[in-house]
Design a protein around this ligand. Sequence first.
Ligand code: C2E
Ligand code: CA
Ligand code: CA
Length: 678
Amino acid sequence: MTKPLNVLLVEDSADDAELLELEMIRGGLTPSVRRVDTMDDLRRALADGAWDVVVSDFHLPGFDAEKALQAVSESGKDIPFIIVSGAIQAEDAVTLLKQGAHDFLTKDSLARLVPAIERERREAREREERRQAEERVRVLSLAIEQSPVSVVISNPQGLIEYVNPTFESVTGYSFREARGKPLEFTRYDQTASDRFRPIGDGQPTADVYQAEFCNVRKNGQLFWEHATVSPLRDREGRISHYVAVKEDITARRSFEERLLKQANFDDLTGLPNRVLMLDRLIQSIAQSKRSGTRTALLFIDLDRFKNVNDILGHRAGDTLIQEAAVRFGNCVREGDTLARMGGDEFIVILPEIEDGGYARRVAERIIETSGAPFTLQGQDLFVTASIGITIFPDDGTDAQALLRNADLAMYKAKEMGRNGFHFFTQEINRRMQERLAIEGRLRGALGRQEFLLHYQPIVDLRNEQVIAMEALLRWREPDGRMRMPDQFISLAEETGAIRQIGAWVVASACQQAKALLDRKDGFQRVAVNVSPKQLQIAGFAQFVAAQLDLFGLDPNSLELEITESVLLDDSPETAANLTSLCNDGIRLSIDDFGTGYSALGYLQRYPFHTLKIDRSFVSHAADNPKASRLIETIVTMGHRLGMEIVAEGVETQEQLVFLRDHECDFAQGYLFGRPAAI
Ligand code: C2E
Ligand code: CA
Ligand code: CA
């Protein structure tokens, strides 16, 4: 069913009105007609009705079509206005049409009425649509004008036709300045490969382009933008424009950059961290490859840094690291990289060098600069550095190999007495390879029963009777080669294998002690070396006690030899083990006395029975006055603390006499017997 046509009829004659209505029905319309014949009625009708068309007589008593037309236009509504009249002057008709009437017909030509109404309605609808479209455009352009993001419209060639005020205020370029320039004319890197490329008209497709890039304001300031450029197409599908919508992401970007910085830089020193260092190293290697030059890598480790942390606290440690970072930074050129690996380890990358000469100079400077005292909490502290150096491509062809070898060279530098540098050499490499191989074989050695104990006598200096035997570990490899402890103990300590090996030593020594105790006159005990690592095992003391039980031994027939470093270890396990061993009556001996920290105060912590003077003092006892005085002092002091003194490494009769004269109790050394199987 068609919608009724709302017709407002301005007509004084009811007959004429009916005639018009009939004409409309005849013409196929469904009119709903309201007739008015006064100005007031007309106004009222206009105010409350939604009219599709006004059909007006020309002459009415009291008013006329002209006034009616005026009333319609005053109502603000766009209603088609058709005049139907008897006779009328052509001039009048023209005047009214000029004033906004839409059509004019005479009463003889009523057949035109319906087509006229239909045409006017259509046109009114079109006018309305156009109005709406215009309104939409107005709102859209307002939106663009007032948009908080930059909007730029270009022609198909990518040349700017419009920029919105945000663009102007963000970039500092006015519309006039921007017009005709390429879309990305504010972009910082004009040669970037990800630039927007207009494909121009004629091309069937173009994708939406998105990018984040850096721009330059008119005043030279940089800012970041995220841009989306989309093609606009005409009815034929051809690109007529590009619209770029660009958002200022500088704030977000600087946040991301901060994150990036956190991921790449060390918080404490602000230096590149491990991640960035690796990146730079890889780049330097690539660069050296291209240019046929070398890259040097310096691995720096502060000597005894742990002591600073332990004694002065972490805050002081941090300050020292920061100070070291500044000093080291002054030793390198621009373009070199100083990075912090973490802890007290630093890396220096020297790219594109000719040979090791420059690396040597940098290393020398670093050693020199760290030689000056660091003032921490009012104290002058001497913290030296050890440096390992590797060169690409001579010492390794990739970052990992260079780092590993620099690390090895650094350890070599430490071994050579610290506070120095060492270039990586094939010798270091060979030793490392060997170490790795030994490590591999060590793993299964216990299971293959490759360990054995040799025993070395400890004699009473008064009568040269053997009072004890020290168990010394030996490793017989499958090829028959006998390895000495210095070749594998520290390795076993590093890998943790010392736990099982050490347990085996204790158990075996206890088992063999029984036989030894029965064999010799005056023989009192077996001495067993114990690694600091073993004392850190919870329950180690209980294990030892269980072994004594198992073989029916008195606790005092076992003496455990520990090194001074154990006394510095304040872990609760170590303390618990030592206390428990003492309580069980097991003897404790302090080994290699004089080589470590010699912190005499520590000796009072636990009741040591024996103190063993290190071989290095004994070997000089007879000829070096300093060494001899030291021995005197140690003996006196040890006796005061209630300990028995053993001199290690006695090889000559003179040493024996000297020791006896200085009231040393016992002695051990090749003079009395080498370690041997029993
Ligand atoms: P240490 O406890 O100081 O053992 C004495 C070392 O000095 C032994 O070397 C011994 O052979 C050597 N020695 C003894 N008398 C003389 C002498 O007159 N002249 C010279 N030049 N050397 C002499 P060894 O057997 O090679 O042991 C080296 C170190 O390995 C030991 O030093 C000890 O610290 C460690 N060690 C040995 N066995 C074990 C073990 O079962 N467990 C642990 N944790 N360490 C052990
Ligand atoms: Ca020992
Ligand atoms: Ca010793």
